[in-house]
Design a binder for this molecule. Structure first.
Ligand code: GLU
Length: 512
């Protein structure tokens, strides 16, 4: 019987969730849902120096906004809890001790000063003499350090009995090859001679990431462990731990997702400010620095567009299709179509996705967000049916949700400034008379629909021997304030008789 698919996203709660992190969530989620499996979120908070207040809640808020809700987590519960590693502290020591007993790990009593001295030691081994490399705690030096391999058993026992501060390190074998099959990269091999003896259990009794990730993936019955490429160098340590603790046949299948590249290489969290686009999914308020960083949400992205564009950053379905709903992504996603090469992030393309989604969205799905944005900017939006009509008229022109405010503000408020410069040079007596007549005509008009308004407009122009084309722009600027917006007669219809006539009257006084 094949194992139930259980995947996990295992963030350290240290800050905002960036594009790469959300894409890792997304691919995990899609894979789980496609295979009828579970998507688990495990909070990896064993490094207490890096703990950031609010970061954990932020992660869940982000997943909620993206529509990628976990099946099991700190917030969602589940049968494999606790889902916060700091609360599992007691479960790790026994595994570390087991490794020591079986000769795969050892106690190390070195003080920070001794470790510093070790790092300064000139490197003796052949393949690491390059300039710039510091000595690592590995096979080449471990017998010269203060640990249970170098000391006698009696010395070690005495130090342990006296409560001497110590860590437990993995004993990485020399000159062995560690291999595993990555679902994206195929066979990946490492020479263990280049891997250091990583700390597994810290002096405060907390596990390091390396031990915790393996123990928890085992205890939580994780079937597939997917994460970003930046974790690939840690894989040999994890494979060795799997081999020593649980046997390789129980190990999850691995995949390491490609990096997301910015304009100048790897996209870092800092890049957003530099390039003028967000890197976080949602606004992150760093409690340590007080720095507030806007995310895709605040920029005006729809979550549907956001996950769609992220899905395509490293994957495609082999066709030209680019717009995918979450349902379609679940159906079509497959790990063998995830690329191993870095995926370039293009903000213009990201905006294209959003525009496509706004165009496809039903008005009723945009109503709440757009209404809120308008209210935030001080517009009074009291009539839902009117708001719906406005949205329907302008949505094709909005790339970001925030564009709705600029594209529709004139429906809610008489423009304060008119782009007079666009009109004034070509303004003349004939146009002045035309609009005066248009006011009279519109005042008497019994119907108030775009079609009638347009016909009347054109008739008056024809009678006066004027080209309607030359009158449209002034008309638009009178109603809107500038050279933008949907069809001008649609706008007039929406504004209603009184408001339209008021705006024309005010404007011709200014143009005169
Ligand atoms: N805690 C790691 C992170 O912050 C998890 C890496 C993994 O999935 O193994 O991304």
């Amino acid at each position: 019987m094949s194992k139930k698919v259980r995947v996990r996203f295992a963030p350290s709660p240290t800050g905002g969730l960036h594009l790469g992190g959300v894409r890792t969530v997304l691919y995990n989620y899609l894979f789980a849902k496609k295979h009828g499996g579970d998507f688990i979120v495990r909070i990896e908070d064993t490094d207490q120096n890096r703990y950031v207040a609010g970061a954990e809640e932020y992660i869940f808020d982000t997943l909620k906004w993206c529509g990628l809700e976990p099946d099991e987590s700190v917030q969602h519960g589940g049968a494999f809890g606790p889902y916060r590693q700091s609360e599992r502290k007691e479960s790790y020591r026994q595994y570390a001790e087991q490794l020591v007993k079986e000769g795969y790990a050892y106690y190390a009593f070195d003080t920070p000063e001794e470790l510093e001295k070790m790092r300064q030691t000139p490197i003796a081994t052949g393949n690491k003499t390059e300039h710039g490399h510091t000595q690592q705690y590995d096979h080449s030096i471990r017998m010269k350090m203060r640990n249970s391999l170098a000391l006698t058993t009696a010395e070690t026992q005495k130090m342990l009995a006296e409560g001497t501060k110590h860590v437990i390190r993995i004993k990485v074998p020399e000159k062995e090859t560690v291999s595993f099959t990555d679902m994206i990269r195929g066979e990946v091999s490492f020479d263990t001679s280049t891997v250091d003896d990583k700390v597994l259990l810290k002096a405060d009794g907390m596990p390091t990431y390396h031990l915790a990730v393996v123990v928890d993936d085992f205890l939580m019955k994780i079937s597939h462990a997917f994460r970003g490429e930046e974790w690939l160098p840690s894989a040999p340590v994890h494979i060795l731990l799997w081999k020593y603790l649980f046997g390789l046949e129980n190990m999850p299948q691995w995949a390491h997702f490609p990096l997301i590249l910015g304009p100048n290489g790897k996209l870092s969290k800092r890049d957003g400010a530099k390039y003028g686009f967000p890197v976080f999914a949602m606004r992150w308020n760093d409690p340590k620095t007080g720095e507030l960083t806007e995310g895709f949400k605040e920029k005006g992205f729809l979550p549907e567009a956001f996950i769609n564009l992220l899905a395509l950053l490293g994957w495609n379905d082999g066709t030209e299709q680019e717009i995918f709903s979450k349902k379609e992504l679940i159906e079509k996603f497959s790990m063998d179509r995830v690329h191993s090469a870095g995926a370039k992030f293009d903000y213009e393309k990201a905006k294209w996705f959003n525009h496509e989604w706004i165009k496809r969205f039903e008005v009723s799905n945009l109503r709440f967000e757009v209404g809120e944005l308008l209210k935030q900017d001080g517009f009074v939006v009291s009539n839902e049916a009117f708001l719906d009509k406005v949205i329907a008229l302008v949505k094709d022109r909005c790339v970001l949700l925030t564009d709705f405010v600029q594209q529709s503000s004139f429906f809610f408020k008489t423009p304060e400034v008119l782009d007079i410069d666009a009109i004034k040079p070509k303004w003349n007596e004939a146009k002045q008379l035309f609009f005066a007549e248009l006011i009279r005509n519109y005042e008497l008009s019994s119907g108030w629909d775009a079609h009638t308004l347009e016909n009347n407009f054109k008739e008056i122009a024809a009678v006066n021997d004027l080209k309607p084309g030359e009158l449209m722009l002034p008309f638009r600027i009178m109603l809107v304030g500038g050279k933008f917006g949907p069809g001008v007669f649609d706008i007039a219809e929406m504004l209603g008789k009184e408001e339209t006539i008021k705006r024309i009257t005010m404007a011709i006084k200014v143009f005169q």
